[in-house]
Design a protein around this ligand. Structure first.
Ligand SMILES: *[C@@H]1O[C@H](CO)[C@@H](O)[C@H](O)[C@H]1NC(C)=O
Ligand SMILES: *[C@@H]1O[C@H](CO)[C@@H](O)[C@H](O)[C@H]1NC(C)=O
Length: 406
């Protein structure tokens, strides 16, 4: 118990400690860097961009950034199949842009002739409003990735279908962006025909084998109704604080010897090493991360690491009976997923590793179960590795083009 509490404290304070340590070294350089949005980032590379707002059935206002066509191809009058890219936990749409036009998936797809849409889940820095609930209310944070999947992703897909007039879209997600896909299609199977192909990068559904130290918190927070659960539920996790973020970002940018601490904030979550990491890209990512999420998303994952099941949020027996009509939460039925789904995973992923991917593969139908051959590839490499174009992104582009006969 004592060890767990220490671990929890470390977990929650890691970003703060890094930032304050950095501060004592660098008090004189506090002119803060300007916040750059996904739209500005896209425009800075010469691409056209649009910003769309989607309102969900429960009032959340989600921002979708769009790269409608490629200025290089000048294909604005051609048929451009739509694809939705969805970020991971603590992240946002910037994760698809951080390595620039030659490497990041959003640009590669645009230059391959696609209409690219970048999703932002409720609660992240681009989706922090609700037409019915004020942002400061704890009610605002009363959601997990179950709601992101079954409500937000569904709303985004329908919006894109309406807007483009296309019957179905392609999809790619990283980490939690894969969990929400699995959640949506198993819970609302009527969405299967709305997906042409889906590409799951570092797919996360089962957590029986994760080696990351964060899973030790599962024993504590993964117990519904427990003290920590009650304290931590329904609040923002790793708050996105403008000042703290700008300071971290500014210092990470100007102080080379503080670079390691800055990287640790982001990569603490990846589990292991920077061997493949594009450090410039990581620097870009730090500018808008952590991107904002509800504590319930973390709690829900920790529950899975304790139960070894891929299932809905556990509210404790009493409330489970009211909500689910049974003592334990229902499993997501992955056999309901019929859309053409590709999995891309790696051996050195401390969060969603090979054995847990095996379980996923055993429970659903996949078009392809691709394992990155390089044994050092980790969870974050799918969005920041130097060679992610050759290793992953070119494969995705090839698959979607082949589906479209382009
Ligand atoms: C872009 O990527 C290609 C293929 O990986 C490489 O040959 C080329 O040198 C890169 N260009 C730039 C500007 O980095
Ligand atoms: C690393 O990322 C930067 C942008 O942040 C990009 O300009 C560069 O081409 C990337 N390098 C490699 C090798 O991927």
């Amino acid at each position: 118990m004592k060890v767990d509490i220490v671990l929890l404290a470390i977990g929650l304070l890691v970003a703060f400690v890094n930032v304050t340590t950095a501060l004592t070294f660098d008090e004189e350089r506090l002119s803060l860097k300007k916040f750059v949005t996904s739209a500005e980032r896209i425009r800075s590379h010469g691409y056209p961009t649009e910003t769309h707002t989607v309102e969900t059935s429960d009032g959340y206002l989600l921002t979708l950034f769009r790269i409608p066509y490629s200025h290089k191809l000048k294909n604005q009058r051609s048929y451009r199949p739509a694809i939705l890219l969805q970020h991971g936990l603590f992240s946002n749409s910037d994760c698809w842009l951080s390595s620039g036009p030659n490497d990041s998936l959003a640009y590669l797809l645009t230059d391959a002739g696609f209409d690219v849409w970048l999703g932002n889940a409720r609660g992240n820095i681009y989706s922090r409003a609700n037409s019915q609930i004020t942002f400061s209310s704890p009610k605002f944070w009363k959601f997990s990735w179950h709601e992101i999947g079954t409500i937000d992703i569904a709303a985004m897909i329908d919006y894109i279908r309406d807007f483009t007039g296309q019957q179905a879209v392609h999809y790619a997600g990283h980490s939690q962006g894969t969990t929400v896909y699995l959640t949506l299609l198993s819970t609302r199977p009527e969405y299967n025909p709305k997906i042409k192909t889906a590409h799951l990068l570092a797919p996360c559904a089962y957590f029986a084998h994760g080696s990351h130290p964060i899973f030790q918190l599962g024993a504590l927070v993964g117990t519904p109704g427990g003290l920590w659960n009650t304290i931590l539920e329904d609040m923002e996790l790793m708050p996105k604080n403008d000042i703290v973020n700008r300071i971290a970002d500014t210092l990470c940018g100007v102080q080379p010897n503080l670079g390691k601490q800055c990287k640790d904030v982001v990569l603490w979550y990846a589990g292991d090493g920077y061997r493949n990491t594009n450090l410039t890209s990581l620097q870009v990512l730090i500018e808008t991360h952590p991107g904002g999420s509800s504590s319930n998303q973390g709690i829900h994952y920790l529950q899975l690491s304790k139960s070894h099941k891929f299932r809905q949020f556990d509210y404790g027996t009493k409330k489970n009976r009211q909500i689910y009509n049974q003592d334990t939460p229902p499993d997501y039925d992955l056999s309901k997923i019929t859309a053409r789904t590709y999995s891309y995973s790696s051996a050195n992923d401390a969060l969603c590793g090979p054995q847990d991917v095996d379980t996923l593969v055993g429970n659903m139908l996949l078009v392809e179960d691709y394992r990155v051959p390089d044994p050092s590839w980790n969870h974050m490499d799918f969005i920041v590795a130097n060679d992610m174009r050759e290793v992953i992104n070119d494969r995705i582009v090839k698959a979607v083009k082949s589906y479209e006969r382009m």
